[in-house]
Every structure is written in structure tokens, then in C-alpha cells.
Design a protein around this ligand. Structure first.
Ligand code: ADP
Ligand code: ZN
Ligand code: ZN
Length: 762
């Protein structure tokens, strides 16, 4: 490393925040945005921030040839490097440190996930703060009448007609109007200025997201629904734990009124002057969800998701940090939002895969939510119709309180899954006659049908009927997907796109045929079978255009009979009241996949999709096409439901010594050069085994083995699995491996990462 920096091992995550020494610290241990797992020592500048040097302060420091934003972590009086050799901090950015709760969570996260603290801090801040923007919320002007404005008769303004009208408008709004609203009414800045000059109006600056106004008549903008008996029991249980760490798993079938329970829990939290943080899956934060929260409460509900601008994100972050926003709702990264007065954390669809970040800082937002709630001594509510086996095991072990909602708020119970045997039946775009028949009947009855197929594109691949050639990606061990809109072959693993060949590249035959079916093909088949009904396709391709998804859903909600064809984008969260038949084109993909979680995930997806059927007045029906209608797991799910399958899967996991009964860490290695990856992985594995000692070690090391898809984007992927029944031992071993890799010369030519509690083994 460059001279002047100390080479202390990473203490970023392990030590408690060092209180600043009473004397002025001379050395600052600073986290800078780098993948290196250590702090860097700097000399405290003579220009001391008003509150003194403290952990959490943003500073600007020279780093290599650049200046970067760093965060003070330790304030000390000594360094292993001579003081004279330390570079000084260039400048401090904030008078006071970033919030304690955020700093605490980042330190925990960095340590638990074996990630560099500097990068963790950086990733978990809004972009504008990373760039050094001040901790100031954007403001806007609010205009009011002055005392003389209130007394001023309109005639006094003479011929200034618009000014008189503006005065009259403000008279109607004693709490003032913002500039936006005034200009939207066609008034100009000049007219505002003229009234200011006459002393009739004045303005105040306020934060764009303003806090709840006291005395505005309660927190609720609309009355809460009166709960059914099950909901009331659940809410009463939640009310018992408002002032302590109270982890609850709320297992409730789709449509059983979980969201209503969340809303009433939040009401209790807000009434105590506290804040509620609500996490929703990546595609669960729809305008409808947000509208439902905003409609209920009179207080600001701020949303944090990928669709907002950097400025909006900073405003929302600051509103949460200052406590002005009592309700914060966001996707995965919102778990890092600081809260002035944390009161409860809710994780909706807690089983959802999008809570786990799959690259860089590989954290799990649900798990951090539980850790954070414990730290703050507040309740945490995990809700799902299909809880993860991890959460179910914790509930079984008594670590979480297990709450249930078994009945739908509407009249009809959730539909059973009907298994439809595909064997020996002719298929049309993936559908067989009995299914097509059911679709026809449903449409004729004036209802809507949802056809679920978890593959976008026209067909999973293109094949030569003459010689058996299959279209394959030249950069991955994968087939190319055939697309028709636009026509091309595309790799879903590396985004490689190729024009459609006219003839087979191996035998020149022109007899190339699509193999299998994707959403486009299902759409085409259904459009041909039912020419009089609209067919809406919903997948990542059809919804690229902003609002396309929302517009389609709005159209569907109007209720005319139609067909919806789509991927899992359709399965989650959306209320589709007119759908009474759900068809799953093929349930088999997850049944025999190599990943041990595949079965759990496909069962969750099936139940989610099925939950779309019959949510309003009419009962629903769910037809699941399969080649394995006698598969014991599938039958258990269809005949006895998710709970029964989950119990069975938990037993199998226990017998096989797999999570949640054993903890895993996965080291991944990748490089364009196969020899580099295998050599490094082999050396790392034997170094680790030496360190672990003889076989009696509580940590097992498996591999290295090639990743399930060994070649991706022309890079070779190899992995090493660590496992243990003791978290702390697994933790020590992963930390050792990370340190070894970081100091290993060979490791610089290979990209490597550690994934603690990996969700997929790919
Ligand atoms: P979930 O989140 O479990 O899927 P929701 O909270 O969205 O369920 O409730 C499903 C539907 O039932 C919604 O339309 C909701 O307004 C309605 N609902 C929920 N609770 C009640 C209740 N206590 N009384 C009447 N309707 C309710
Ligand atoms: Zn051929
Ligand atoms: Zn590819």
C-alpha cells in the first residue's frame, strides 16, 4: 500500500465504537470506499469540527492520487505509523456525525458479511451523501397572508386584478400554499413579489417532506377497518410487545388481511411518537401499495425504492433520520435508513429472494431487520403466506412468536392446486386440451384468466430438427433463448444477442424449430385460440417502458374478460379481483433442480401465483400442469398446502444437515483464465484445511467444485463451501479465509467473494 497508511488489520467491524478520548485525538482511523478490509490512519487536521472529532463524521481525505469521502471510525492518540508520516485529513464535511444507529448497523453488517467497512458505509448511504453533499433537506417556500394582508380589502389593489385574486386564494388557505401550487394556478413570481413589496404576504422555508402537523385531528386520514376475530387476536399479540424486542412471524394466506394488520400496528407505533420502517420486495412496492399506506395516514409516508431521483432519496433519508417521517417504506436497501425514534420494523413477504443482495455487499435485509430490531429493543414483524424455512424453523424453536391468519377477508378460501397431468397429451404453446377448455369456460363466464409461465422469450431455445444442434451462448454454458419481439437469440445470463440464423450452422438444414415455450409463445397461442379477447403479456421485456406495467394492470382492473400471460412479475402483491382461473404452464422446473432450496422457492412461487385467483366475489380455480403429477412433494403441496410441505422439507433439511440446521458460507472465485481460478481455489482450500486442523473441526470445508454454470460470460466460476452448526466458528473460518485471500498475491488475478448465508449456490 501507499506509504503513510498503517497496515492495522481490519478493526472496522470488530470493536465497539471508540469513545473520543478526552484529550484531542491526533490520529483518526478512517473508513474509505475501497474493498480493502481495514481502516486507514490520518492525522487530525488543526481545523476541528464544532463538536470535536467523533466517529461517524464525514471527511475528505487524500487516498492514493485522489481525494475521497471517508468516515471517521476511531479517534485515537497513537498510530503504528509515525505521526509525521501520516497525511492530514483535508476537511470535515459535517459539523455533527452521521446517525449512531446507521453506523452501528453498518459495522455489524461489515463484520457479519465479511465485507469491507468502507464499502459497506458507502453502499448504504444515499448517492448525494456519498458525493459529499451537505446533510440538508431541500426546502420549498410556503406563502401566507401577513396581518395587513388579512385586513386588506381587495379594492385596495386597484387594477392589479391577478394580485387581488392571489390574495383571495391565500385567504382561503390559512395554513399557506407552496410556490408550486401557486404557480400551477397561473400566478407569476412577479405577482408574489409585488404582494411582498406591499407587505401583504410573506413566505417561510420548509423541508420538502414536512413533519406531521400536531393537532390536525389524529393520525388517521381514514378509519381503520374493523378487524375480524383472527386479525384482532394477532393485533392484540402485537400490542403486547410494542416496547421491547418482540420478533413475530405472521403467517397468513394471501388476502387474509396481513396488510391491514400492518397498518394498525403502524398506527399504534405512530401514536406513541415512534417511527415504523416497512420493507417490501423489489417489485412489491407498487403505486397501489404506497397509495394504500398514504391514504390511511395523515402523516408523511416516505418511499425509498429504485424509481426515485437522488434528490428525492436524500430528502426521504433526511426526513427519516430527523424523525419528520413517521413511516418509511422501502425495498431492500431501506433497511439502512437511520431512524430518530425507531418503533417497529415490518418485513412483508419475508421469504422473498429480493431481500438478499446478490453481489458486492451480500446482505439479507430481513435478517438485518431482526438484528436491528433487537439492537433497538423494538418489535419486528415478518409477514408471508409462505414463510421461508429459516423463519419457520425459528418459530418452531420458539425464537419467534408464530401468529396465524388462516381465513381470507373475502368470502372464498384460497383455491386448492389441481395437478393436471401433461404426460402423453398434445400441447399447444404449452397448453393441453383440458386446460384450454377451462380457459374458454372462464372467459365465457365473463372472468379473467392468468397464465403463469416462468420463462420470458418465445422459446427456451432453437433446435435443428435435422442434426440436433441447439443454439448455445458462446460465452456461457447455457442455451440461447429465442425471442420474436424483436426476433433474435438472446442469452439470459450475459445479455449476448445474436440474429436468428436462416439455417443450421452445423448441417445447413433450414428446419430450425423452437423448443419449449416462453411467454411470447404462450401469448401467441392464446391470441390464436381466443381471437376475441385481449391478451396481455407481462414480463421484463414487455414492461421495459416506464408505466407499461401499471397501464396494463389498470386496464385489467377495469374487469373486461381477458388473458394475462406472465412471469413471476405477475405473481406478487398485485390485486387482480377479476381473475378466477390461474393456469401454471409447467410446475416442474423447481422439482429436480440441483439447488437444495429450489423446491422451497418453487412451492412459494406456486402458492403466490395461486393466490391471485378468486380474491373478490367469485371463487377461484388453479390448474397446475406437470409431467410429475405423482411427485410426493408436489402432491403434498397440492393436497395439504404449504405448511405441510414446509414441515416435510424442514425434516429433510435436518436429516441432510442443511440450512436452517447448518450455517453456510460460500467462497466464489472467477476469472477468464480457468487455470488461475482452479489454482487459487485449490490453494485457498488447502490453506484453510490446514488452519482448521484435523477432521474434528466444527467447520467443514467442501470443494473446490465448479459452479453449477461453470462458464459465464467467458469467465470460469469455482466455489468453496464452508459449513458449521456453530455460527461463531463459521464466522472465524470465513474471516480467516478473507484475510488469507486479501493478503495472497495470486488472489489479485482472480475475482473472489464471500457469501455468508448464501441463498443460491449458483
Ligand atoms: P394480505 O396482505 O394478507 O394479502 P390484505 O390486507 O391486502 O391481505 O387484505 C385483502 C383484502 O381484504 C383487501 O381488499 C382488504 O381491504 C380486505 N380486508 C382486510 N381486512 C379486512 C377487514 N377486517 N374487514 C374487511 N375487509 C378487509
Ligand atoms: Zn443441423
Ligand atoms: Zn451468455
Amino acid at each position: 500500500m501507499e506509504g503513510g497508511y498503517s497496515s492495522r488489520a481490519n478493526t472496522g467491524g470488530q470493536l465497539p465504537v471508540t469513545p473520543s478520548p478526552a484529550s484531542h485525538p491526533t490520529v483518526l482511523g478512517i473508513a474509505v470506499p475501497t474493498p480493502l478490509r481495514r481502516l486507514f490512519d490520518y492525522r487530525a487536521a488543526s481545523d476541528v469540527p464544532p463538536g470535536g472529532w467523533r466517529p461517524g463524521l464525514r471527511v475528505r481525505v487524500p487516498f492514493g492520487r485522489r481525494e475521497v469521502m471517508g468516515i471517521v471510525i476511531e479517534c485515537r492518540t497513537h498510530s503504528e505509523i509515525a505521526l509525521a508520516d501520516l497525511k492530514p485529513v483535508s476537511a470535515w464535511l459535517d459539523a455533527s456525525p452521521l446517525p449512531d444507529d446507521w453506523l452501528w448497523l453498518c459495522r455489524f453488517t461489515a463484520r457479519y458479511y465479511q465485507h469491507a467497512l468502507g464499502d459497506t458505509l458507502h453502499q448504504s448511504l444515499p448517492v448525494l451523501l456519498r458525493q459529499g453533499r451537505p446533510l440538508e433537506a431541500r426546502t420549498r417556500e410556503r406563502w401566507f397572508l401577513t396581518a395587513s394582508g388579512r385586513d386588506c380589502p381587495p379594492e385596495r389593489l386597484g387594477r392589479a386584478r391577478r394580485q387581488a385574486e392571489l390574495l383571495a386564494l391565500l385567504r382561503l388557505h390559512p395554513r399557506g400554499l407552496t410556490s408550486n401550487i401557486i404557480t400551477a394556478q397561473g400566478f407569476s413570481r412577479a405577482q408574489l413579489d409585488a404582494l411582498v413589496d406591499r407587505g401583504l404576504i410573506e413566505c417561510q422555508q420548509e423541508a420538502v417532506i414536512d413533519g406531521p402537523s400536531p393537532g390536525s385531528g389524529g393520525w388517521l386520514a381514514e378509519p381503520a377497518l374493523s378487524l375480524n376475530r383472527e386479525q384482532a387476536t394477532v393485533l392484540a399479540a402485537l400490542h403486547e410487545g410494542l416496547d421491547r424486542y418482540h420478533p413475530c412471524l405472521l403467517q397468513g394466506v394471501t388476502g387474509s388481511g396481513k396488510t391491514e394488520v400492518y397498518l394498525q400496528l403502524i398506527e399504534a407505533v405512530v401514536a406513541r411518537g415512534r417511527q415504523a420502517l416497512v420493507l417490501v420486495p423489489e417489485i412489491g412496492l407498487t403505486p397501489q401499495t404506497l397509495a394504500r399506506f398514504r391514504k390511511r395516514f395523515r402523516v408523511p409516508v416516505v418511499a425509498l425504492h429504485s424509481g426515485i431521483s437522488d434528490g428525492e432519496r436524500l430528502d426521504a433519508w433526511l426526513a427519516a433520520t430527523s424523525g419528520r417521517a413517521p413511516i418509511v417504506i422501502g425495498t431492500r436497501s431501506a433497511i439502512f435508513t437511520p431512524l430518530a425514534r425507531p418503533g417497529a420494523i415490518i418485513v412483508d413477504e419475508e421469504h422473498d429472494g429480493s431481500y438478499k443482495q446478490q453481489d458486492g455487499l451480500r446482505y439479507h435485509a430481513r435478517d438485518l431487520a431482526v438484528v436491528r430490531a433487537h439492537h433497538h429493543a423494538i418489535p419486528v414483524l415478518l409477514g408471508s403466506a409462505t414463510p421461508s424455512l429459516e423463519s419457520l424453523a425459528l418459530a418452531q424453536a420458539g425464537r419467534y412468536r408464530h401468529l396465524h391468519l388462516t381465513r381470507r377477508a373475502s368470502r372464498h378460501p384460497p383455491a386448492r392446486l389441481e395437478l393436471v397431468d401433461l404426460r402423453g397429451r398434445a400441447r399447444q404453446g404449452g397448453l393441453i386440451a383440458p386446460t384450454i377448455d377451462a380457459i374458454r369456460k372462464t372467459l365465457t363466464a365473463g372472468h379473467q384468466v392468468l397464465v403463469f409461465i416462468n420463462r420470458r422469450g418465445f422459446a427456451p431455445t432453437l433446435a435443428c430438427h435435422e442434426c440436433g444442434w441447439l443454439a448455445e451462448c458462446d460465452r456461457c454454458d447455457a442455451r440461447l433463448t429465442l425471442h420474436r419481439q424483436p426476433p433474435q437469440l438472446a442469452c439470459h445470463h450475459c445479455e449476448r444477442q445474436r440474429p436468428l440464423p436462416d439455417a443450421c450452422p452445423d448441417c445447413s438444414s433450414a428446419d430450425l424449430r423452437p423448443l419449449g415455450a416462453g411467454t411470447e409463445r404462450a401469448e401467441e397461442t392464446l391470441a390464436a385460440l381466443f381471437p376475441d379477447v385481449a391478451v396481455h403479456r407481462i414480463d421484463r421485456d414487455s414492461t421495459r417502458r416506464k408505466d407499461a406495467f401499471e397501464n396494463t394492470l389498470a386496464e385489467v382492473r377495469r374487469g373486461a374478460p381477458c388473458l394475462l400471460v406472465g412471469t413471476q412479475m405477475l405473481a406478487k402483491g398485485h390485486h387482480l379481483p377479476h381473475v378466477t382461473l390461474v393456469v401454471v404452464i409447467n410446475a416442474d422446473a423447481g422439482l429436480y433442480a440441483s439447488d437444495f432450496r429450489a423446491l422451497e422457492h418453487s412451492a412459494q412461487l406456486l402458492i403466490q401465483v395461486a393466490g391471485r385467483a378468486g380474491r373478490a366475489e367469485h371463487p377461484g380455480r388453479v390448474m397446475v400442469q406437470t409431467l410429475h403429477s405423482d411427485d410426493p412433494h408436489l402432491r403434498l403441496l397440492a393436497e395439504h398446502g404449504y405448511d405441510a410441505l414446509a414441515r416435510q422439507l424442514l425434516e429433510e433439511r435436518r436429516a441432510a444437515d442443511l440450512p436452517p440446521y447448518r450455517f453456510l458460507a460460500l467462497a466464489r472465485f472467477e476469472s477468464p483464465r480457468e487455470a488461475d481460478v482452479t489454482t487459487l481455489a485449490d490453494t485457498a482450500a488447502s490453506a484453510l484445511r490446514d488452519w482448521l486442523g484435523p477432521n474434528s473441526s466444527p467447520v467443514q470445508c467442501l470443494g473446490p467444485v465448479p459452479a453449477p454454470m461453470e462458464r459465464r460470460q467467458n469467465r470460469y466460476h469455482v466455489q468453496l463451501m464452508l459449513s458449521s452448526t456453530q455460527r461463531s466458528k463459521l464466522h472465524e473460518a470465513s474471516a480467516w479465509l478473507a484475510a488469507w485471500l486479501e493478503s495472497n498475491r495470486e488472489a489479485r488475478r482472480v475475482r473472489w467473494s464471500l457469501d455468508i448465508d448464501p441463498q443460491t449456490l449458483s
